[in-house]
Design a protein around this ligand. Structure first.
Ligand code: ADP
Ligand code: MG
Length: 246
C-alpha cells in the first residue's frame, strides 16, 4: 500500500536518505529502527510530505508522486498523499487550549467540515478506544504524558488515515506510561491498522512490528520480519545494534 522507490533526501550538501526502497503492505506494522541520526524521522516525514524528497517516487494508497531536485510538487498533489496519513509525534503536540475531545474533533471539523455532533460522537468513540472516555473534557496540561499521547493517537485516527505514522511515540515517557501507549498501539496493530513506527525502543518494535527496517547513515542496512531481525540478523551491523540494546 505504501512504496518508497529510490527515495533520496538531501539538506543542502548533506544526504540524509540515500536511495531508500521500502514496501509496506496494508494492515501491517513496520518499525524503523537504528541509531540516532540514521534518518528515521526524515523517512517518516517524507511519507507524509512534511519533508519533500529530493528525488524518487512515493506511492501511497493509489496515489503516486515522483520528485525531482529543485521541483516542489503542487499543493493538491501533496494534500492527496498527506490526507491519507496520520502522525503521532514524540512530544504529543496537542492543542493546549482545547480539551481532549476538542483535540480529537479538530481535524474532522476544520478539514472534513463535519457537523459538530458527528465529530463529537466520533471523537468520543476514539477516546474510548484509547481508554480515555473519562478524560474527554480534561485539558492536556492536566493529563499524564501517556494520556496525552493516547489523545494524540485518537486525534490522528480521527481523520481515518490509511497509515498511522508514529515518531518515537514512547520516547518522552517513563516506562510505566510508555507501556500504556504500547498497549494502545498493540491493540491497533491487532485490529489491522497499518502503522510505521520510528523508534529506538526495541521492545516496542519487537512487540508490535511485523517488519523491521534498520536504517543507518541514511541507508537501509537490513530489512525483514521482526522475528528474524531481532533473533538472527544477517548483517553484522544489525547484530551489534540489537545486542547493544537488549
Ligand atoms: P533519526 O530520527 O534516525 O534520529 P533524523 O531523520 O532526525 O534521524 O536525522 C537524520 C540526519 O538528518 C541527521 O544527521 C540530522 O542532523 C539531519 N537532519 C534532519 N533534519 C534536518 C534539517 N531540517 N536540516 C538539516 N539536516 C537535517
Ligand atoms: Mg528521530
Amino acid at each position: 500500500m505504501i512504496e518508497l522507490r529510490n527515495i533520496v533526501k538531501r539538506f543542502g550538501e548533506t544526504t540524509v536518505l540515500n536511495d531508500i526502497n521500502v514496501a509496506i503492505a496494508e494492515g501491517t506494522v513496520t518499525a524503523l529502527v537504528g541509531p540516532s541520526g540514521g534518518g528515521k524521522s526524515t523517512l517518516l516525514r517524507c511519507i507524509n510530505l512534511l519533508e519533500i524528497p529530493t528525488s524518487g517516487t512515493l506511492l501511497l494508497g493509489g496515489e503516486s508522486l515522483t520528485f525531482r531536485p529543485g521541483h516542489r510538487p503542487g499543493w493538491p498533489a501533496i494534500q492527496a498523499i498527506r490526507r491519507q496519513t496520520g502522525m503521532v509525534f514524540q512530544n504529543f503536540q496537542l492543542f493546549p487550549h482545547r480539551t481532549a475531545i476538542e483535540n480529537v474533533m479538530e481535524g474532522p471539523l476544520t478539514v472534513l467540515n463535519w457537523p459538530k455532533d458527528k465529530a463529537r460522537q466520533r471523537a468520543g468513540e476514539l477516546l474510548e478506544k484509547v481508554g480515555l472516555s473519562q478524560k474527554a473534557d480534561a485539558w492536556p496540561s492536566t493529563l499524564s504524558g501517556g494520556q496525552q499521547q493516547r489523545v494524540a493517537i485518537a486525534r490522528a485516527l480521527a481523520m481515518s488515515p490509511r497509515v498511522l505514522l508514529c515518531d518515537e511515540p514512547t520516547s518522552a515517557l517513563d516506562p510505566e506510561l510508555a507501556l500504556e501507549v504500547v498497549d494502545v498501539l498493540s491493540r491497533l496493530a491487532d485490529e489491522g491498522t497499518t502503522m510505521v513506527i520510528a523508534t529506538h525502543d526495541l521492545r516496542l518494535a519487537s512487540r508490535i512490528a511485523r517488519n523491521v527496517v534498520f536504517l543507518e547513515g541514511g541507508l537501509v542496512v537490513e530489512t525483514g520480519p521482526s522475528q528474524q531481525i531481532f533473533t538472527n540478523p544477517a548483517q553484522e551491523r544489525t547484530k551489534r545494534f540489537v545486542s547493544s540494546i537488549t
